[in-house]
Design a protein around this ligand. Structure first.
Ligand code: ADP
Ligand code: MG
Length: 247
């Protein structure tokens, strides 16, 4: 469904993403992990069109999307959340989702309000539909961010650190929600710092370090990879290990 081929992104002299390749199959969940600064968000930004890669190609459902603008990539079916959650604070929760609906569709979809409520129901935010988005707590803002991305009608959803900063029970709620989204047929590419989240969700895990891919495989295999333990995990993995900061 998604093919990332030798993608490199440079910022001046800094190579943030260095010749990274991987594929994601339809209906699967791919986890992307790595220490802070390893290039995860930059790779996301290249895929979602926020900026073009310096070199390499990105193919989505057999279409070359390299360098396309975000709204075009969105309309082709790639939705995303942002690491820093930025809803429109002065708008209501429902209005934020309506914007997502309007953004994702070329023609104005009928029944915007009903559709927005359906999505809010699904993510568990329907009780807050009329509240100002600015008044939500972090866990609710993360759900709103997922709702807004779902509203654009994606077949592939890119999620950047949707569980970071949440309590264990809040992040369990997010994990359950993401599983349900996947069961509805959406493919997911998740970037996450909390290893427990990656391990319990991903069918496959790609590990970045200094912009390079250092491992790619099933979660249990990657978690026991000596190279990954050395540069990232820092200690033998258990599913409860939270990834440490790079030293
Ligand atoms: P991660 O998401 O894995 O923490 P990032 O992709 O945010 O990593 O960052 C990778 C590297 O690229 C870092 O060294 C970061 O400082 C740099 N970087 C990211 N975005 C920009 C930008 N817009 N301009 C310049 N440097 C950037
Ligand atoms: Mg990041």
């Amino acid at each position: 469904m998604l093919n990332v081929n030798h993608v490199t992104k440079r910022f001046g002299g800094l190579t943030a993403v260095d010749e990274v390749s991987f594929g994601l199959e339809m209906g699967r969940i791919l986890g992307l992990v790595g220490p802070n600064g390893s290039g995860k968000t930059t790779l996301f930004n290249c895929i979602s069109g926020l900026f073009p890669p310096s070199s390499g190609r990105i193919v989505f459902q057999e279409k070359d999307i390299t360098g396309l603008k975000p709204h075009r990539i969105c309309r082709l079916g790639i939705g995303r959340t942002f690491q820093l959650v930025k809803p429109f604070h002065s708008l209501s929760v429902k209005e934020n989702v309506i914007l997502g609906l309007a953004f994702g569709h070329r023609d104005r979809p009928a029944g915007l309000r009903a559709q927005a409520m359906e999505i809010l129901e699904f993510v568990g935010l329907s009780g807050k539909a009329e509240n100002k988005a600015g008044g939500l707590i972090l866990a609710e803002r993360k759900k709103l961010e997922i709702a807004r991305a779902l509203a654009t009608g994606p077949s592939l959803l890119l999620l950047d650190e949707v569980a970071s900063g949440l309590t264990e029970s809040e992040s369990e709620g997010i994990i359950a929600l993401l599983k349900e989204i996947n069961e509805r047929g959406l493919s997911l590419l998740i970037v996450e710092h909390v290893m427990a989240v990656i391990m319990s969700l991903s069918h496959r895990v790609v590990v970045l370090s200094d912009g390079r891919k250092i491992a790619d495989g099933p979660p249990d295999e990657v978690a026991n990879d000596q190279n990954v333990i050395d540069v990232y995990l820092g200690e033998p993995p258990t599913t409860q290990v939270e990834a440490g900061e790079p030293s």
